[in-house]
Design a binder for this molecule. Structure first.
Ligand SMILES: [Zn+2]
Ligand SMILES: [Zn+2]
Length: 251
């Protein structure tokens, strides 16, 4: 069974070419899983060769707009694609607050309430959940009170996506031995932040977790102005990739 990852949005809320707001596709066999739905994620999913029509599971790391705005567009597309009726359920799984966000969005945009399919909304904390061919495990990231990172295990491989994070021991534990570690690298070393990851912190977490490959993701302009890869390299000796929209990686 194939297991690959496509970066749908390598950027943040700051508009940039090549690096759109957050979204990650994990394709496990015929099953597409999407993590975060920043604005533009749904068309970029199409560009990556997957389809919103086949989505049954969407996971949210946290509820900031650069990670969630395309939930509205997904629901609109599922309701209003001419000549097609969505019948399969959609499972929206996310951190604490996901229920309230969904209810608020439906209140603001009543036409996105599912017309012909079931919508399941589930909030999770730090836990491990087994699905048919894959397992997810989560851990808090410290970016917000509720934000979580996801570890996905399938076909004997492991991919971890942090969403937004700050350096903490839970991340290294969650990422243990990961084949692909998609980690926020918001800022370069020395940048003052108390709710994001800097490059040296990414390197320390990747080293502590003994991951095989780290993908530097969620890059703000200051992280793109310097060689963050070299800064990570000072801490971590494995493979280092710098995410760009559309990057596809075999796990
Ligand atoms: Zn973000
Ligand atoms: Zn955020």
């Amino acid at each position: 069974m194939n297991f690959d990852v496509t970066i749908l949005g390598a950027g943040t809320g700051v508009p940039l070419p090549q690096r759109s707001p957050a979204g990650v596709l994990m394709q496990i066999g015929a099953t597409p899983l999407v993590f975060d739905l920043g604005p533009g994620t749904i068309p970029r999913l199409t560009a990556a060769g997957a389809s919103y029509r086949d989505l049954e599971f969407v996971f949210l790391t946290h509820l900031h707009p650069d990670h969630t705005l395309d939930l509205v567009m997904l629901l609109q597309a599922l309701n209003y694609t001419p000549g097609w009726t969505r019948e399969k359920p959609l499972h929206l799984i996310g951190c604490r607050g996901t229920h309230a966000l969904y209810a608020d969005l439906v209140r603001a945009y009543p036409s996105i309430a599912p017309r012909a399919f079931e919508m399941g909304v589930r909030e999770i904390g730090a836990e491990r959940i087994a699905f048919a061919d894959w397992t997810i495990e989560t851990a808090p990231t410290g970016h917000t009170d509720a934000s979580i990172a996801y570890r996905v295990e399938a076909a004997g491989k492991v991919a971890v996506y942090t969403g937004d994070a700050k350096e903490n021991s839970e991340l290294a534990r969650l990422a243990r031995g990961a084949d692909v570690f998609i980690c926020e690298c918001a800022f370069p070393r020395g940048y003052a932040t108390d709710d994001h990851m800097t490059a040296d912190a990414v390197g320390r977490v990747a080293r502590a977790a003994h991951v095989k490959r780290v993908v530097l993701n969620h890059l703000y302009p200051p992280a793109l102005a310097v060689d963050v890869g070299a800064q990570v390299r000072e801490e971590f000796s494995g493979e280092i990739l710098i995410a760009v929209d559309g990057m596809r990686i075999e796990v």
